[in-house]
Ligand binder design. Structure first.
Ligand SMILES: NC(=O)c1ccc[n+]([C@@H]2O[C@H](COP(=O)([O-])OP(=O)(O)OC[C@H]3O[C@@H](n4cnc5c(N)ncnc54)[C@H](OP(=O)(O)O)[C@@H]3O)[C@@H](O)[C@H]2O)c1
Length: 333
């Protein structure tokens, strides 16, 4: 199948692309800079192979610029949307870098482009019967997504999900927990502090419950979803790892995989927000008050989430946290 990946240069999108190439699919990788995308993909074995045999191609497009999306979505069987604004979770409204503008409106723009290229499903058509000829749409959402959440990221994803469900495309939504792996930008940043600090700082009390998911599992699941339309159709899956851990436990497991012992320094959230307000005023905007809430938030799958995935995809096995961490963090020091 020919699959467009929006957000293909990101941690999640690139992993999905690799797994789809390995499974024999054609991948059209979307980026605002195809030169940069090509350089990134050339670093992986699957990327080099895809470039050599033509299974991997690139398209330059921006989800906030609707006209650029028409070429991107043309002649594909599946669209996978994983784009999120640069610098997440620190929003920068003046530069249009927000959950609403990129994550939500960008998803809606992709759906509009599909309707523009393939035609709209007939008015009054049943939404559970996908219109013939439309590509399938797979949307990467978040585990805490909800309509009435106090947090803008949850509401933006919810509104994007609603647009996906009503698009007339055959859809699948993956509500994903915190993802970790060699190229992630969250866990690697936090444990990276241990390179030069005698402690690891985190916001909040470190007790937030999490079911972190190994990045490779996301790639494996999307490959299964692409290959099995009947089992994927019009369903929302919650995706997490098999272990329920607190943030502190997760960080200790990561440090142990690196053979490092560091105490965790808990920065109370109100203090973190003052720090966020100050850092937001400096170039690079490394932190904001809202981002403190984001990084300290809980995020775990339910028994129902696990049950649905196990029932529909019994062949899918999520990697235990320790095993995932040790696969790329273990060092000989
Ligand atoms: N990572 C996690 O732990 C996690 C957990 C749950 C859910 N998610 C969700 O998974 C998705 C991917 O996350 P990630 O960690 O892979 O993000 P990421 O590494 O920050 O990647 C973001 C991607 O979005 C693209 N992008 C940014 N602005 C764009 C625009 N205007 N037009 C087109 N593309 C644009 C970037 O491509 P270019 O710069 O090349 O254009 C990049 O490929 C997000 O929706 C995120 O909320 C992630």
């Amino acid at each position: 199948m020919r699959v467009l990946i929006s957000g293909a240069t990101g941690f999640v999108g690139r992993t999905i692309a690799r797994h789809l190439l390995d499974a024999g699919h054609e991948v059209r990788a979307m980026s605002r800079s195809t030169g940069n995308a090509m350089t990134l993909f050339a670093k992986s074995e699957a990327g080099r192979r895809g470039l050599a045999d033509g299974a991997l191609t690139f398209v330059q497009a921006d989800v906030t610029k609707p006209r650029t999306l028409l070429e991107a979505v043309a002649e594909v069987d599946v669209v996978i949307q994983t784009a999120q604004f640069s610098g997440a979770p620190v929003e920068d409204p003046k530069r249009g870098l927000t959950y609403m503008k990129v994550d939500r409106d960008g998803t809606m723009n992709l759906l509009e482009a599909i309707a523009g290229v393939y035609g709209r499903p007939p008015a009054g058509g049943r939404l559970d019967v996908p219109a013939a000829g439309l590509p399938r749409f797979l949307y990467q959402s978040g585990i805490t997504t909800s309509a009435n959440s106090p947090y803008t990221w949850d509401r933006a994803k919810w509104q994007a999900e609603e647009a996906v469900r009503e698009s007339g495309c055959d859809w699948t939504i993956v509500r994903c927990c915190w993802a970790f792996g060699r190229n992630d930008t969250a866990l690697n940043r936090i444990i990276g502090y241990s390179d030069y600090l005698p402690f690891v700082p985190v916001f909040g009390n470190g007790q937030a419950p999490l079911t972190p998911v190994f990045g490779e599992d996301i790639g494996r699941l999307y490959a299964l979803l692409v290959d099995n339309p009947d089992r994927a159709r019009n369903t929302t899956y919650g995706l997490g790892g098999p272990d329920l851990v607190t943030l502190d436990q997760f960080l200790h497991l990561a440090l142990r995989a690196m053979s490092r012992a560091r105490p965790i320094l808990h920065i109370p959230k109100p203090l973190g927000k003052v720090q966020g307000a100050i850092m937001y005023r400096f170039p690079g905007r490394m932190l904001s008050p809202a981002a403190v809430d984001f990084v300290a938030a809980a995020g775990a799958v339910t028994h129902e989430d696990r049950g649905l995935l196990a029932e529909r995809f019994p062949e899918f096995r999520a990697t235990p946290v320790r095993e995932g961490l040790e696969s790329y963090l273990r060092r000989s020091t």
